[in-house]
Design a binder for this molecule. Structure first.
Ligand code: SAH
Length: 276
């Protein structure tokens, strides 16, 4: 009778998704493989995400009046899609990520090196959304000029940019990072509080990501993801002192691609309450 129980235990352990934390990202996250998601025109999952998120960024930043001097992007990864509209509304952007290889990949693009990822198709799409067709070169130059630094970041630290201390920013962006970095909802609550400490009261948080996602593939490597639901996000944001100004959800309509099991995408614009 002992044997089947033991067998069940082993089976459960091996089928349960293992949490991949910062060390796994540092050792196994391949920026080039991840960037494969963002090849526009190839029907990738990343393209589906971009179609949703970029429209909201465009509505929020250049035309929505969310602006200021300083903006921090948390968990930038090797990507700049999340900053293409923001650079029209903020004077200085700080990008950040946990891993060295993502820093290097971003630096390649910032220095316009030949091996850098080609963001031009995405930039072109954003220019069209913003009514500036044909201004791709100017947009890329502007973003390169506006990103002032790429810093090491760990959302689990009370100052995620430690040892650097930045003055509280006017805006905070984070895309697909917290659900990747947090192993459970309690950790997510704390991480949100940590990143919120980088934002001025009265500043805006622009948070986007995926709902109902337990994993995503980066090349052959499976990364865990924290399953998020809309009700949880509403609750945790208000508990952290945010007023939600927009909460958009788009339910996934394909189930063909098995590189991730997300059920929908979300976009949130929230205002950090002034201290009373
Ligand atoms: N923002 C990008 C990349 C998201 S991928 C985009 O929208 O496409 C998830 C990112 O979270 C990775 O770059 C990973 O390095 C980063 N990450 C993982 N753990 C982290 C942590 N503890 N603190 C900060 N970033 C982390």
């Amino acid at each position: 009778m002992g044997k089947p129980a033991q067998f069940m235990c082993r089976l459960r352990a091996s089928t349960m998704a293992e949490f991949t934390g910062g060390d796994n990202y540092q050792a196994e996250f391949d920026p080039k493989a991840y960037l494969g998601y963002f090849k526009f025109g190839e029907d990738t999952l990343g393209e589906e995400y971009l179609n949703f998120a970029l429209k909201h960024y465009c509505k929020t930043f250049p035309s929505g009046g969310v602006k200021g001097d300083t903006l921090i992007d948390i968990g930038s990864g090797p990507t700049v899609h999340q900053l293409l509209s923001a650079c029209e509304s903020f004077k200085e952007i700080t990008a950040s990520d946990y891993t060295d290889q993502n820093h290097q990949e971003l630096e390649k693009w910032l220095k316009n090196e030949p091996e850098a990822f080609d963001w031009t198709p995405v930039v072109k799409y954003v220019c069209e959304l913003e009514g500036n067709r044909g201004m791709e070169a100017e947009k890329e130059a502007k973003l390169r000029k506006t990103i002032k630094q790429v810093l090491k970041c760990d959302v689990h630290k009370s100052n995620p940019l430690d040892p650097i201390v930045l003055p509280p920013a006017d805006g905070l962006v984070s895309s697909l990072c917290l659900e990747a970095a947090c192993k459970d909802l309690t950790t997510y609550r704390i991480a949100l509080k940590n990143i919120s400490s980088l934002l001025k009261p009265g500043g805006h948080l622009v948070l986007s990501g995926v709902l109902g996602c337990s994993f995503y593939m980066v090349g052959p490597k499976r990364f865990s993801c924290l399953v998020l639901r809309e009700e949880f996000l509403r609750e945790v944001l208000s508990e952290t002192g945010f007023i939600i100004q927009e909460f958009e959800v788009l339910v996934r309509d394909d189930n063909i691609d098995d590189s991730s099991d997300f059920s929908g995408k979300f976009f949130i614009l929230a205002l950090k309450e002034e201290a009373i």
